[in-house]
Design a protein around this ligand. Structure first.
Ligand code: ADP
Length: 260
């Protein structure tokens, strides 16, 4: 694919090279980092760059192994097997991205383990098939260590099957360029928003579980580019999504007054 047609992704470190090495060597990859910092965009960029189809699954607490592998469904009186996204990715030699994998049910790890060892197998008990993943297949998972949920962290026996890379929000200059490009707002109008974003991130931990993401900065800049007053855009994109607590909101608004 032509570089200009790839989903836009501005690298923040050596993650592009790591992904390529992992792909070439048939190794699975774990992306760690806060929500909205570019993990999903990175995976779609890399899949396109490597010329592989991409199957993305947002994991949630009801997601079971069968949702990934497939199930028999009734179709006009017949039962037919329908592949799930993981099975399709294995058959086609695609990239399979499981976003927030710790959210999924425990039985999901059972299907992931044989795929992450060097034989790269996907056993489909229900159909009796044993699929061997072709070279083009790559498993990528992400999780957000920031949630600090003991019950929902990845077990060492699972995480140690993956290469891992930590993502964080881009440096201010890079983030300004990203937000400007994504929103269409001029850089010099984006720069104060990024400064504000970093000031709000500094409050994380004391009052806030999560800081402002790059995604929210893009939303905010998009609203301003669309003609919304800056104060209103900041409230809608950078204050209200972060908290419901009136005290915390006041603290955030103080940071806005001091920064903008
Ligand atoms: P995550 O998967 O980490 O929750 P996303 O990949 O969905 O986050 O990123 C949210 C948004 O932030 C993207 O849609 C994109 O607009 C922007 N973004 C964040 N980081 C980057 C980056 N490095 N290059 C390009 N866009 C980025």
């Amino acid at each position: 694919m032509d570089a200009a047609e790839l989903p836009y992704y501005a690298p923040v470190g050596r993650e592009v090279a790591l992904f390529e090495h992992a792909f070439r060597n048939r190794l699975p990859l774990l992306l760690k980092g806060p929500t909205g910092c570019g993990k999903t965009r990175f995976v779609s960029h890399m899949a396109a760059r490597l010329g592989r189809p991409l199957y993305t699954v947002s994991c949630h607490d009801d997601l079971t192994a069968a949702d990934l592998t497939g199930r028999y469904l009734l179709k006009g009186g017949d039962t037919v097997w329908v592949d799930g996204p993981l099975t399709r990715a294995v058959r086609e030699g695609a990239v399979c991205y499981l976003d927030e994998v710790v959210e999924a049910r425990k039985d999901v790890t059972v299907v992931l383990h044989p795929l992450t060892d060097d034989r790269r197998l996907l056993p489909l008990e229900r159909t009796g098939e044993l699929l061997e993943a072709p070279d083009g297949f790559m498993l990528v998972v992400s999780y957000n260590p920031g949630y600090q949920n003991i019950l929902k962290s990845l077990k060492p026996s699972t995480r140690q099957r993956f290469l891992a890379i930590e993502f964080d929000f881009p440096e201010p200059e890079a983030e300004t360029a990203i937000v400007a490009r994504e929103s269409g707002l001029e850089r010099d109008r984006v720069a104060p928003l990024v400064r504000l974003g970093n000031a709000l991130r500094a409050l994380k931990g004391q009052d806030l579980e999560e800081g402002v993401s790059t995604r929210l900065l893009v939303y905010c800049a998009t609203l301003i580019r669309d003609g919304m007053a800056r104060e209103d855009a900041v409230t809608a994109a950078m204050i209200e999504p972060l908290t419901d607590d009136p005290e915390v909101k006041r603290a955030l608004l103080r940071a806005v007054e001091l920064t903008l």
